[in-house]
Design a protein around this ligand. Structure first.
Ligand SMILES: [Zn+2]
Length: 276
């Protein structure tokens, strides 16, 4: 890694910690329809207003030993974990993409997926107010690459913008695939298996990564979901009615495909013997 790349990775990681602490606010307030800007952050138990030094990503949690200074009630570990995840995912994205303009959109994509994951884990819900903008931004990314005089990015580069056609097809296919899967599942079992949010999330991912990668995302998400879901069911003594949200797996799969699409597609076709 060159010193410039090292600096970029470190700076993006630090920025990610700060963004993560904002994502905590979004994850807490957006599903409850509260303002994201006001009031200042406060303890949900006693209303104690956080002073600036109680609001430093990661450090405050460690200094306060995970307890509110006002009432002593424990602060959920999801707060520092979200900050840490935003920092690490930001740093990885910067490392993989490097100092090109596509890093900006890629970070927006990464952090939006993180906050969606956090909200889905908390509340089993993927708000339209995040999935729809995510899809719109994916189409905008393809539009900007097609019509603005931005430096060209090789189509196979990590996080490269899709063509307009790929973005449109990806969005339709992502939404349509899950719509059909949900419909078939409901016909077969009489139960509703997939939330509408999952459909919109996969559609939004499709706008960012195109139709081929969206298929692989669904495949990867289902694979990770069965492995981790199976493991959780085992750990909890065979309770098969455990509700595990699918959104985090879709988000993780889509993020992996966004950054490593070409490598994965090459590897996949080599494995299935379709090339060479
Ligand atoms: Zn408190």
């Amino acid at each position: 890694m060159s010193p410039e790349t090292g600096l970029l990775v470190a700076a993006t990681g630090l920025l990610g910690l700060i963004v993560g602490s904002f994502l905590n606010v979004v994850a807490h307030r957006l599903p409850r329809a509260a303002s994201i800007v006001r009031p200042a952050s406060a303890c949900p138990e006693c209303g104690h207003r956080l002073s600036p030094w109680e609001n430093i990503p990661l450090l405050s949690y460690l200094i306060l030993r995970g307890r509110c200074r006002g009432c002593g009630s424990p602060i959920s570990a999801t707060y520092p974990l979200t900050e840490l995840a935003a920092g690490i995912l930001g740093a990885v994205t910067a490392w993989v993409i490097g100092p090109v303009w596509t890093l900006g959109p890629a970070l927006v994509f990464t952090w939006l997926l993180l906050v969606l994951t956090r909200i889905d884990l908390d509340l089993q819900l993927l708000p339209n107010r995040l999935t729809l903008p995510l899809g719109a931004l994916g189409l905008l990314y393809a539009l900007a690459a097609a019509f603005l005089a931005l430096p060209a990015v090789p189509p196979g580069a990590p996080g490269a913008p899709p063509s307009l056609l790929a973005a449109g097809l990806g969005a339709l296919l992502g939404y349509g695939l899950l719509f059909l899967a949900g419909w078939a599942y409901q016909r077969a079992t009489g139960r509703e298996g997939l939330g509408g949010g999952d459909l919109k999330l996969l559609g939004a991912l499709g706008a960012w990564i195109g139709p081929v990668a969206v298929l692989l995302t669904l495949f990867l998400a289902a694979l990770m979901g069965s492995l981790i879901g199976g493991l959780l069911i085992l750990l909890r003594g065979g309770d098969r009615h455990l509700a595990i949200p699918f959104g985090p797996f879709l988000a993780a799969g889509g993020w992996i495909l966004f950054l490593w699409k070409d490598a994965i597609i090459r590897w996949y076709f080599a494995l299935s013997g379709l090339s060479g």
